[in-house]
Design a protein around this ligand. Structure first.
Ligand code: ZN
Length: 307
């Protein structure tokens, strides 16, 4: 059995795990990254995290074959080029080189949403599938495409920004500088904004959980907002299904854990818009790995690509 270090770097924590090729997590933990942390602080926190996993592997007497790494931003060739807005100075860093020199192991890096999607495809909701689309619904909307069993990222891995497909060509402005993007309509933030508007409640008192609760109580504003939210997602997903004909569309992110009803609403919407021939072999499902998806997917980069 092979083992790898899985690193999942986020805006507030670096999560890390010792993962077996069969997808068991032998050890995991996280270290916090202060909001003021600069590039060098983040790099040394990650070093510490990798060191802890390797130490643990030594104690357990298992051999680590590599380090898989999920990072925010645009990642290609082991380098984070930029676009990680919530990490200070996190750009133009050769992650692969730095940590392979430090630890003497191969280091493979990809975008954080991509490795989460890969984790779900290899060990989670789309286990056994070769073709899947992953969407994570949170403050923004991220995603990944798994095609023929591999992550597809476009030329130089700069694509698959699934939250930034247009669903309204004259629509509201998006954080990306575009207009009418899925993210601007269907992120949890957008849902909260819409609900605040319709219910007259203060945005600071609302979160996704609260809206789900009100939805289940049958409150009109919450029901309308959730229907609209899932319909936006369904529209975009129908387009993804028509384009990629995946076996599974996986919905992740905090709100996806609201319950099966949430996935069912999205699925119903998506299937009312798809081309039947494109969707014949497609199902829409909830993510199953939760917070572990990133570390598992990062480790699977190593298992898939290293000997
Ligand atoms: Zn956008």
């Amino acid at each position: 059995m092979r083992y790898a270090v899985g690193i999942d770097l986020g805006g507030t924590f670096v999560k890390f795990a010792l993962v077996s090729e069969s997808g068991d997590i032998l050890f995991d933990d996280k270290l916090s990254i202060g909001g003021k942390a600069q590039r060098d602080d983040i790099l040394s926190t990650v070093s510490k995290a990798i060191g802890l996993v390797i130490q643990k592997a030594g104690e357990l007497n298992v051999k680590v074959v590599g380090i898989g790494f999920g990072s925010p931003g645009i990642v290609d060739g082991g380098i984070v080029h930029g676009g990680a807005d919530n990490l200070n100075g996190w750009e133009k860093i050769n992650i692969s080189e730095r940590y392979s020199q430090e630890f003497g192991l191969p280091v493979l890096v990809d975008n954080d949403a991509n490795v989460m999607g890969l984790g779900e495809a290899v060990y989670g909701a789309a286990k056994g599938c070769t073709d899947a689309i992953f969407l994570t619904v949170g403050t923004g909307i991220g995603g990944a495409i798994i095609a023929n069993g591999k992550l597809y990222g476009g030329y130089k891995n700069r694509g698959t920004e699934m939250g930034h497909v247009t669903i309204d060509h004259k629509g509201i402005a998006c954080n990306c500088g575009g207009r009418g993007c899925l993210e601007a309509y269907a992120s949890t933030n957008a849902l909260i904004g819409q609900y605040a508007l319709r219910s007259g409640k203060n945005e600071s008192e609302i979160n996704g959980h609260y809206i789900v609760e009100k939805f289940q109580e049958g409150e009109v504003a919450a029901v309308e907002c959730m229907q609209e939210h899932t319909d936006y997602l369904g529209h975009a997903i129908a387009g993804f299904i028509n384009t990629f004909s995946p076996q599974k569309v996986i919905i992740g992110g905090g709100i996806s854990e609201a319950g099966q009803f949430y996935i069912d609403m999205i699925k119903k919407s998506a299937f009312s818009y798809v081309m039947p021939d494109c969707s014949r072999f497609t199902d829409v499902v909830g993510a199953t790995l939760g917070n572990s998806a990133g570390c598992l997917g990062a480790a699977s980069l190593i298992f898939k690509n290293c000997n």
